[in-house]
Design a protein around this ligand. Structure first.
Ligand code: ATP
Ligand code: MG
Length: 189
C-alpha cells in the first residue's frame, strides 16, 4: 500500500542573491516519489541538493511552489500530528528540560502523565541520557542535544517519522548504537 505519494513537487526560493541571476533558487524540481506503508527510505545527495527542503515540505513546514503530496490518499497542506520530525539542527525548546522536551509531543497528544513519564524514562535510557533528565539544552553537548531530539521523535511514535541527518552530530560509537536501535524499533513497530 502507498503511504506517501509525492507528485511533481517543485520548490523555488526567492532571494535577492540567487544562483541563476534572477533572484531564485530552485531547491527541488519535479520530484515524484511513492513511499509504501512500513517502508524505511533514505534520501542521499550532495550538500545543498534539497534534502532538508524536501523533508520540511513533507512535514508541512514550508509551502511547495507546485505539485502535490498525498498521505493515505488524502492531499496534505500543512503539518499534522501524523508526522514527527527530527531536524538537522535539533530544534529543542531551550526553556524545557530534557524530560520536558521529550514529553512535549505526548502532552500534545493528550497522553496521561503517568504513561508520559514511563515512556520518557524508557527513551532517555535508550539514548543514554539517564542522569540528565533535568538538564536544559544549553547544558548539553551537540550529540546529547541530538539524542534528545531523537528520543522526542521516537517517544511521540508518529505514523510517519521524518529524520534529517539525525545521527550527524554523534560520535561513531553512539551513531552505531542508535542506528541499530532505530532499525530495531522500526522492525518491532
Ligand atoms: N529559506 C531559504 N531561502 C533561500 N534558499 C534556501 C532556503 N532554504 C534552502 N535554500 C536553498 O535550497 C537549496 C537546498 O537546500 P537544503 O537545505 O534543502 O539542502 P540539503 O540537501 O539539505 O543540504 P545539506 O546536506 O547541506 O543539509 C540550497 O541551494 C539552499 O541555498
Ligand atoms: Mg540538510
Amino acid at each position: 500500500m502507498i503511504k506517501v505519494k509525492v507528485e511533481g513537487i517543485t520548490k523555488v526560493f526567492l532571494s535577492q542573491n540567487g544562483n541563476n541571476g534572477n533572484g531564485c533558487v530552485e531547491a527541488l524540481g519535479g520530484i515524484n516519489l511513492e513511499i509504501r506503508t512500513c517502508e524505511f527510505l533514505s534520501i542521499v545527495g550532495l550538500s545543498g541538493c534539497g534534502k532538508s527542503t524536501f523533508l520540511e515540505i513533507l512535514g508541512g513546514l514550508i509551502k511547495l511552489s507546485c505539485g502535490s503530496i498525498y498521505i493515505d490518499e488524502k492531499q496534505v497542506f500543512g503539518p499534522n500530528q501524523d508526522r514527527g520530525i527530527v531536524f538537522q539542527g535539533y530544534a529543542l525548546f531551550p526553556w524545557r528540560t530534557v524530560t520536558e522536551n521529550i514529553v512535549y509531543g505526548l502532552e500534545e497528544k493528550g497522553v496521561p502523565r503517568k504513561t508520559r513519564t514511563e515512556i520518557c524514562k524508557q527513551y532517555i535510557s535508550l539514548v543514554g541520557l539517564s542522569g540528565f533528565e533535568n538538564h536544559y539544552p544549553y547544558q548539553l553537548s551537540g550529540g546529547m542535544k541530538q539524542r534528545v531530539a531523537i528520543a522526542r521523535a521516537l517517544a511521540y511514535d508518529p505514523d510517519i517519522l521524518l529524520m534529517d541527518e539525525p545521527f550527524a552530530a554523534l560520535d561513531a560509537q553512539t551513531r552505531d548504537t542508535l542506528q541499530g536501535e532505530v532499525l530495531r524499533i522500526w522492525e518491532e513497530t
